[in-house]
Design a protein around this ligand. Sequence first.
Ligand SMILES: [Zn+2]
Ligand SMILES: [Zn+2]
Length: 257
Amino acid sequence: MKIKQALKNIWNKILDIIFPEDFKCILCGKELSADGYFCDDCLNQKYNMIFNLGNRCEICDTQILPENKICDNCKERKSHHNLYFEKCFCPLNYQGNVRRAILKFKEDNAKYLVKPFAELIFNRLKAENLKLDIITFVPSHKKTVRRRGYNQAKLLAEQLSILLNIPCIELLEKNVYTKRQKKLDYNKRQENLKDSMRLLDKDIIKGKNILIVDDVITTCATINTCASLMPKAKNIYATAVARRNLFVDYTQKTKKY
Ligand SMILES: [Zn+2]
Ligand SMILES: [Zn+2]
């Protein structure tokens, strides 16, 4: 009996490896009765916080007051001629379960999430009808890739490349190891990122429409730095699984916008 149970456990583990988390909610891991990404509990969270909805900045996709078109950060970037990308697209809202799932994907080897995450981005982009020539991704320093075992933005870009049928090309390299960016403000981030990356091929981007992929967009400092290194590109767009909405305090459980 014990042997039978042990064999069953081994078999289940094999199945988990072959079909990992396929019919589970991508946020909380609960089994799903039907095809989809999210369970009812996650979908029924207060204010429908999974998705990045409501009135959003036309440039960086962050939630803003209904009467506004662009956010203060983008206004400032524009007035300082410091805005290098056209537009961002982020289907999910970086909070709660979404945040946990992304951290799992990024730091905890949960590579099975790449497919659903890329599909969510794909569905968001479909509505935009963008003309794109190249998909690329935010580079990670080789030290970071060694620690994680992969660059999560590259995995997303490769999956998206299959879905959109547009080539994924590694355009940027991170050659200076920068401190973790989380706690730095926008100017410090930008300063820190400056000179830490380099464009690998100047000619390939000439006159091209480029989509830069990342996992999360917070201040846009990373995306903006990447885009600033490609002055010869035609249009540069950015996408990420989730947007950290800077002007909404979800910890207070109040939705201002
Ligand atoms: Zn769930
Ligand atoms: Zn904005």
